[in-house]
Ligand binder design. Structure first.
Ligand code: KMH
Ligand code: ZN
Length: 271
């Protein structure tokens, strides 16, 4: 099956000081989204930015979704993660992206607490269902799989599941490919999955994920470097490198229409 390529344009942590190519406003995000789409990404994963600052402001979310849709046919996926209170994070989905992330477990990330209280997380899942927004579940550790299955049993998630295995975040599971055998085998049949590997693990782990039949993600959220000690000069450059890895395995990036069909996305929320 053709892999779904996601471009993670901004992220919750790095700024232009870390890599000047990180987009810092809705307009820059839209431009970078278009370039990443042209390089082969079908899904555009976005953490909001305004004036180079992180934000969970709903107005900015709306402007970002609109700006991206204007110039880029890719599928907008807004992050509901980041270091904001949970209410603000929940509010982001009111901008009605076609997809949004859902983080099922509270954990330590680096030196901060990433709070995803079960009650509020269920409310967010419920609201996303009401709005017809497809959830991408972010699994940072093996225990998050069980929490995901609980959401499925409660009918707060619908199949096919869209899942990311986040590897290499301090506080989550390591970027160790041995874990993937277990994780993938535990997924319900028909689940669409990818590896999100952070830092220098990005290229090797996404390569392994592709070889195992997964989708793949890259972007300045996941790695600032195109190769050791060399900053990536754009999100598109990272996507292009990943697409080359896919093509070396005789895999072509899935087109937007195919992703819409495979993930049962709400066509009213596609730009
Ligand atoms: N930042 C990544 C480690 C989200 O945005 O909700 C995981 C991620 C999840 O992208
Ligand atoms: Zn993210």
């Amino acid at each position: 099956m053709n892999p779904i390529i996601t471009a993670s344009l901004t992220g919750p942590a790095a700024t232009k000081k870390d890599n000047p190519a990180i987009p810092g406003s809705p307009e820059e995000i839209a431009q970078s989204a278009r370039e990443a789409y042209d390089a082969g990404a079908a899904v555009i994963h976005i953490h909001l930015r305004e004036d180079d600052m992180f934000t969970a402001d709903l107005g900015v979310a709306r402007r970002t979704v609109e700006a991206v849709r204007e110039v880029c046919p890719g599928i907008v996926q807004l992050s509901t993660g980041g270091d904001f209170d949970y209410e603000a994070r929940m509010g982001i989905v009111e901008a009605r992206p076609a997809m949004a992330t859902l983080n099922p477990g509270t954990m330590t990330i680096g030196d901060h607490e990433f709070r995803n209280p079960p009650g509020q997380m269920c409310k967010l899942a419920e609201r996303m269902l009401e709005l017809g927004i497809k959830a991408e579940v972010e699994i940072y550790d093996t225990g998050h799989l069980g929490l995901t299955m609980d959401l499925l049993k409660k009918e707060l998630l619908v199949e096919p599941l869209q899942v990311s295995f986040v590897m290499g975040v301090k506080g989550g599971m390591p970027a160790d490919p041995r874990l993937l055998g277990y994780l993938v085998a535990e997924l319900p049949a028909g689940t669409s999955w990818q590896v999100i590997a952070i830092g220098k693990a990005n290229l090797p782990l996404t390569t392994i994920g592709l070889a195992m039949g997964g989708n793949a993600r890259t972007g300045l959220e996941d790695t600032l470097m195109i190769r050791p000690r060399v900053l990536a000069d754009s999100n598109a450059q990272l996507v292009e490198a990943l697409v080359n890895v896919a093509r070396s395995q005789h895999l072509e990036p899935a087109a937007v229409e195919e992703v819409v069909e495979r993930l049962h996305l709400n066509v009213d929320l596609i730009g």
